[in-house]
Design a protein around this ligand. Structure first.
Ligand SMILES: [Zn+2]
Length: 183
């Protein structure tokens, strides 16, 4: 069971003929747990890798579609966050490859046995987790009662403070009046 995904995203490079090759994978929560930390509750999705092997260059094009189950920051209810991404990584066998500028370019040793896509896939998917995890429907009737109450109070905060200040001011005035009367 341990390291079940150790070889899951490894592509043997020497065996591969020149040209375009496709690799299809499924996303599993256990992979993210093995990589260190699963920052989502559940995951479902597909990865398509288009690998183009040329004599001096390997281009890996990712297309990843799926959904992450996250916990709402506000009410801790789970919700699905859909995502879809494409990303290209270039690997070159020549250190002086300057033609490609904007994308990721990595140097590969000529004797490389396999290309491990694990870290790229982990990073690409993990980057899909939004900074603010609150679904559009939150707050909803299904949110825990205490959260609804908390959110309800929050929206009424300003008038409440105003009332308190008004009440405080009134007490102060009454107090002053009492002091004046006692003199
Ligand atoms: Zn919520």
């Amino acid at each position: 069971m341990e390291n079940e995904f150790k070889n899951y995203f490894k592509i043997e490079i020497p065996k591969l003929p020149l040209g375009i090759h496709y690799f299809d994978y499924s996303l599993h929560i256990e992979f993210f747990e093995e990589m260190g930390e699963a920052l989502m509750e559940k995951i479902e999705g597909q990865i398509r890798v288009e690998l183009n092997k040329a004599p001096r260059l390997i281009v890996v094009a990712y297309t990843i579609n799926g959904k992450l189950e996250l916990l709402c920051d506000r009410c801790l209810q789970p919700y699905w966050h859909p995502f879809s991404l494409t990303h290209k990584v270039y690997y070159t066998f020549e250190r002086k490859m300057r033609e490609i500028e904007e994308e990721d370019v990595f140097f590969l040793d000529k004797n490389i046995q396999y290309l491990d896509l694990s870290q790229d896939i982990y990073d690409l998917v993990t980057l899909q987790i939004p900074y603010r995890k609150v679904p559009e429907w939150c707050p909803a009737a299904s949110c825990p009662a205490e959260i609804m109450l908390h959110l309800g109070n929050k929206t009424n905060t300003e008038p409440l403070i105003d009332d308190r200040w008004a009440a405080l001011a009134k007490i102060k005035i009454e107090h002053l009046e009492e002091e004046n009367n006692s003199i």
